[in-house]
Design a protein around this ligand. Structure first.
Ligand SMILES: Cc1cc2nc3c(=O)[nH]c(=O)nc-3n(C[C@H](O)[C@H](O)[C@H](O)COP(=O)(O)OP(=O)(O)OC[C@H]3O[C@@H](n4cnc5c(N)ncnc54)[C@H](O)[C@@H]3O)c2cc1C
Length: 356
């Protein structure tokens, strides 16, 4: 195999690099951000994702950095239990920890930080300083708003999803002691507003809120304003919710906008191939973004190793991955529709995750 450039060191770029390492394939990663500049949210990862992760990270190390959730409990915003379901090996971990774990097998000379790549007028990879990247094959893993994808598929239609998320990761033993290893999610009766709580460790909590962004306008992006807004919106919710919002440190808080493609593009063109969110943005409701990125990396590596012909490897990769992704996209849209409806009109006890 010739020289491989991987663009982006998120979950998909790093997992790809781990698989390439396994097969001793030569690669280099180019990443736009600086090494320690990591905005944080967290992931719910179903059993399948954990199985793929265990192929490239020591599972005992992985399990030290997050926790398995026992149950999903759905509450009304006042705290009435609406439904419960046992969870089968659903793991919760913060993004920062997973990125660090995936980076540990990548030697420093194989990754360049602070390097934003794009395409020149002839479709060749070029850095922000105008230096051409010498690669026979480029694996594009630059996320849902992929610049390279947009340069190639100029007619694609990207749209903002009618849901935004405020995510916060806090260290508070006092709050952690008050909750079990369950996934608790509170829902406003009118729909379009939820508050989820996940315990990541004995002292770390991830909480997040999902907003119908047509109904709730969170347009101030200073932490003080965000906290004020959250306190207003959730003031009459169950005391656990309002007290968590009040007692939280907002150092790690982040407001996420969510995007999706109206239609998927091809997953490859010439010597460029797309993986993870760059190939197929998945809305967070599916909880399948990480697992899909891992599977993309696994399947693409398999065909790169098996096939002499690059186009054939790409074709087989797309053929294997696209149908499953289409299912998750449809499930994500269903979950979004449910989220926007009043509780009384929602299908009973729906799991907050997409399965094949
Ligand atoms: C709020 C929220 C909650 C989520 N919850 C879950 C969940 O519970 N479970 C789950 O499985 N998924 C979840 N997801 C989805 C998940 O985050 C993504 O599917 C996954 O992180 C995709 O990883 P990626 O590597 O493809 O993209 P990204 O994580 O976006 O990584 C892309 C990388 O490329 C770099 N980059 C971008 N452009 C360039 C460029 N031009 N040159 C060089 N580098 C570049 C970026 O800096 C970044 O590091 C959630 C997403 C959000 C927003």
């Amino acid at each position: 195999m010739n020289k491989i450039a991987v663009i982006g060191a998120g979950i998909s770029g790093l997992s790809m690099a781990n698989y390439l390492e396994k097969y001793n394939l030569d690669y280099h990663i180019y990443e736009r951000r600086q090494k320690d500049d990591l905005a944080g949210h967290g992931f719910l990862i179903p059993r399948e994702g954990i199985e793929y992760l265990s192929q490239i990270i020591d599972p005992s190390l992985l399990f030290k950095h997050g926790s398995f959730l026992k149950k999903y409990i759905q509450y009304s915003h006042k705290g009435k239990i609406l439904g419960e379901k046992d969870l089968d090996h659903v793991f919760a971990i913060c993004r920062l920890s997973l990125i660090k774990l995936l980076s540990q097998n990548i030697s420093t000379e194989k990754i360049t930080y602070g390097e934003t790549l794009s395409l020149d007028t002839k479709g060749k990879l070029i850095s922000q300083n105008g230096v051409h990247i010498d690669a026979d094959l480029a694996i594009i893993a630059d996320g849902s708003r992929s610049r390279i994808r947009k340069e190639i598929f100029q007619k694609e239609k990207m749209r903002t999803v009618r849901e935004s998320e405020v995510v916060n990761i806090i260290t508070s033993k006092e709050i952690a002691d008050r909750i079990e290893n369950d996934f608790m999610k509170f829902h406003h009766e009118d729909g379009g507003l939820t508050f989820g709580i996940l315990k990541l460790s004995h002292e770390t909590i991830l909480w997040y809120s999902q907003f119908d962004n047509k109904k709730y306008r969170i347009n101030e992006y200073s932490t003080d304003n965000l906290k004020k807004y959250m306190l207003e919106v959730f003031s009459d919710w169950h005391p656990l919710v309002s007290s968590i919002i009040k007692k939280s440190n907002y150092e790690n808080v982040h407001l996420w906008s969510v995007y999706e493609l109206e239609h998927l593009n091809p997953f490859y063109k010439q010597n460029l191939v797309f993986i993870g969110d760059a190939a197929h943005p998945l809305i967070p409701f599916t909880s399948q973004g990480v697992t899909s990125a891992l599977k993309d990396s696994f399947v693409l590596t398999k065909y790169l190793v098996e096939e002499d012909n690059l186009q054939e490897a790409f074709r087989k990769y797309e053929m294997e991955r696209k149908p499953e992704i289409e299912t998750h996209i449809q499930n994500g849209r269903t979950l979004l529709t449910q989220f926007l409806l009043p509780i009384s009109q929602q299908i009973e006890n729906i799991l907050p995750i997409s399965y094949k």
